[in-house]
Design a protein around this ligand. Structure first.
Ligand code: BGP
Length: 472
């Protein structure tokens, strides 16, 4: 079976600053949240690898850009490392050396014909702002972020025309303050909600500033909605799905796309003492600062059922009160990552956006497959024969293209990731890249088989699937 890829459908790849850069040239006071976590809890990072060296993108970026050029990549998203962008985060003194590095990366991409996309925060909250204000707990950080956004637009806006305010803004506080599974292991559901809220507000300020500045292009946010599926058609399981969607998807979709929080969310949060009291005028900013488009990171389905046990009143309030995870028997799995593989998630998310969010323009900003021990699949020339990745991308793209055919306004697909890079805790355990990174001193790069296949997709604009798959 052959499927045509529309001529204007973007095919790119993504990464982030902290997962690639390494610490070369980093100055005192420039630790991000990730750097602090790595320093404070090194034992949970796979084989001790972490952000310290990463892929040494600081020194090796040109090699990556050359490889992007070689496979005709359409676009590359990375982030500005907010923690490194200033030498003084409170008085906003720009680190010219680091800012120049971003200039160099952007210029190299433009020169190579690869569209640069920049994200203002991919978990790189400066530790200095946590020390001074407890991070997003404080309204001050919203203002400092808004000021940072303006400086970034002013500096790079002439060459960068697609911006993202955050990558997965819900994630750090969910892991740290809701589930408390990550350093600093502080459980505080109200703080989780305050961080969600301040980030939505900060995003709105940045969007407004971008529009008011009259820059060319558009601005959105990269979200990680989890397409939620109920175990069964029972009203109880359906309600569990609804609640999961409300607390983890709509909590960002609604303010960012519709400009207001769902009343139901506000009501339940109030009931449990975890709602936030917005400052005067803030809700108006959220209303005015809705995004132009969305990036959607999509890896796996979230399956839920109604909870089987009554909530323990001694346990702090958690939305899990309303749902329980459910493992579908027989599901396909990526065992390296522990994530279910269900390519139809792309189609269902596309239809969800079409139905509930006015078919806002969007791209798949991340999708991909992290596999452990990829050296097993190297041929004699040292090229990883990652047929499983090709199959994974093909199946997901197939559903996405079907959604486009059915009227979804999805405009592109960006693979996570261009090169192998550092995952939170898993470090280099699971490899995601089209490009293999050796953990030698140079961090040697080599294209995998999937990179050449990706190139053929870009060049021929045809997705070919084995016939038996097409018949399924
Ligand atoms: C997304 C993040 C990425 C990346 C990816 C893969 O949630 O935006 O930064 O890490 O997931 O997940 P992981 O690295 O945990 O395997």
């Amino acid at each position: 079976m052959k499927i045509d890829i529309p001529a204007n459908f973007l095919i790119g790849a993504a990464s982030s600053a902290w997962q690639t850069e390494g610490w070369k040239g980093k100055k005192d006071g420039q630790d991000s949240y990730l750097d602090s976590w790595y320093k404070n809890e090194p034992n949970v990072w796979h084989e001790g690898y972490g952000p310290a060296v990463a892929t040494n993108f600081m020194e090796n970026y040109q090699q990556d850009v050359d490889l992007m050029r070689e496979i005709h990549l359409g676009a590359y998203r990375t982030s500005i490392n907010w923690a490194r962008f200033f030498t003084d985060h409170v008085n906003l003194v720009v680190d010219e050396e680091y800012a120049q590095h971003i200039d160099d990366v952007v210029n190299a991409l433009v020169e190579a014909g690869v569209e640069p996309m920049l994200c203002l925060e991919h978990y790189e909250l400066p530790q200095a702002l946590t020390d001074a204000y407890d991070g997003w707990s404080s309204r001050e950080v919203v203002d400092l972020y808004a000021a940072y956004a303006k400086i970034a637009f002013e500096r790079y806006g002439d060459r960068v025309h697609q911006w993202f305010t955050f990558n997965e803004p819900i994630v750090p506080q969910t892991r740290c303050y809701l589930d408390a599974v990550r350093w600093p292991h502080e459980q505080n559901t109200k703080k989780w909600m305050i961080w969600n809220y301040h980030k939505a507000l900060a995003s709105a300020f940045a969007v407004k500033a971008f529009h008011e500045g009259g820059y060319e292009g558009r601005i959105g946010c990269v979200l990680n909605p989890e397409m939620a599926y109920a175990r069964s058609s029972s009203p109880e399981d359906q309600r569990a799905r609804h609640m999961y969607d409300l607390f983890f998807n709509r909590v960002f979709f609604d303010p960012m796309v519709k400009g207001a929080y769902p009343q139901e969310l506000i009501g339940i949060c109030r009931e449990h003492g975890v709602w936030v009291d917005p400052a005067d005028g803030d809700l108006e900013i959220i209303k005015q600062g809705t995004v132009d488009f969305l990036g959607v990171n999509q890896y796996y389905p979230k399956r839920v059922r109604a909870p089987r046990y009554a909530w323990n009143p001694q346990t702090p309030f958690h939305p899990e009160m309303f749902y329980e995870g459910f493992d579908l028997p027989g599901r396909a799995m990526n065992k390296s990552r522990g994530w279910e593989i269900y390519p139809k998630v792309m189609y269902d998310m596309a239809m969800y956006l079409k139905e509930h969010y006015g078919n806002i323009p969007w791209i798949v900003s991340e999708n991909g497959m992290g596999i452990e021990g990829e050296e097993r699949f190297m041929n004699e020339q040292g090229v990883v024969q990652d047929d499983y990745r090709i199959e994974f991308i093909a199946q997901h793209l197939r559903w996405l293209l079907k959604a486009v055919e059915d009227g979804s306004s999805c405009e592109g697909y960006m693979l996570w990731a261009f090169t192998d890079n550092v995952s939170p805790m898993n470090a280099f355990k699971n490899r995601y890249g089209l490009v293999r990174i050796e953990l030698d001193e140079q961090r040697t790069r080599r294209l995998k088989k999937s990179a050449r296949w990706y190139q053929s997709l870009i060049d021929d604009r045809v997705l070919e699937l084995p016939d038996e798959e097409g018949a399924k």
